[in-house]
Design a protein around this ligand. Structure first.
Ligand code: HEC
Length: 163
């Protein structure tokens, strides 16, 4: 909500300036405020409503944007939220038969030993799951897991491979 905190004072200042300007100067503004009448005052009220109409959705958007983020933020958020324990279970169910991975005592030989083929990043693992390994026609089936399950396994593998 950093953006919101930054915006609020400026929105208030802007509304205040409009109030003063449309009432014809500080004196008239006070007059309009005290008497709560006059066309100028009505215009100001409308402007405040319009201002709020813009400010409130803007704040909501700003908050939502932080949650959703761009794709880069989204990806790391997903991985941060990924349930590594769940990933371990899924690995044992789905991947263990083909891959070796010391952390779960996996001894599969169809696919490469995941402790021995270089750095395992979550992105590399999700790519392998999505594409079925790295090349067409390889014996790893495509999309064994999707969505959050794939992210969980990826986070798990990246956290234990080569350790
Ligand atoms: C049916 C056997 C099989 C299963 C099940 C399987 N894989 Fe694979 N996997 C392979 C084979 C074969 C390769 C090598 C193919 C290649 O690299 O193109 C591979 C390659 C990989 C790679 C290496 C890709 C790279 O960047 O070098 C990763 C990571 C991987 N698999 C992860 C997984 C995960 C995670 C699962 C469980 C969701 C899984 N595999 C399930 C057979 C399997």
């Amino acid at each position: 909500m950093g953006i919101a905190l930054f915006l609020i004072p400026w929105v208030l200042v802007g509304v205040g300036i409009l109030f003063v300007a449309f009432s014809g100067g500080p004196g008239a503004a006070r007059q309009a405020y005290l008497t709560k009448g006059g066309r100028g005052f009505a215009v100001v009220i409308v402007l405040i409503y319009v201002g709020a109409g813009i400010a409130v959705p803007a704040l909501v958007l700003a908050g939502g944007e932080e949650k959703a983020g761009g794709t880069a933020a989204l990806r790391s958020d997903e991985l941060a939220d990924a349930d590594v324990e769940e990933g371990k279970t899924l690995f044992e169910q789905t991947c263990k038969s083909c891959h070796s991975l010391a952390a779960v005592n996996a001894r599969g030989v169809t696919g490469p030993n995941l402790d021995e083929i270089g750095k395992m990043t979550p992105d590399r693992v999700t790519a392998a799951i999505e594409n079925g390994g790295t090349e067409d026609g390889a014996r790893m089936p495509k999309a064994l897991l999707v969505g959050e399950d794939a992210d969980d396994v990826a986070a798990y593998v990246a956290s234990v491979a080569q350790k």
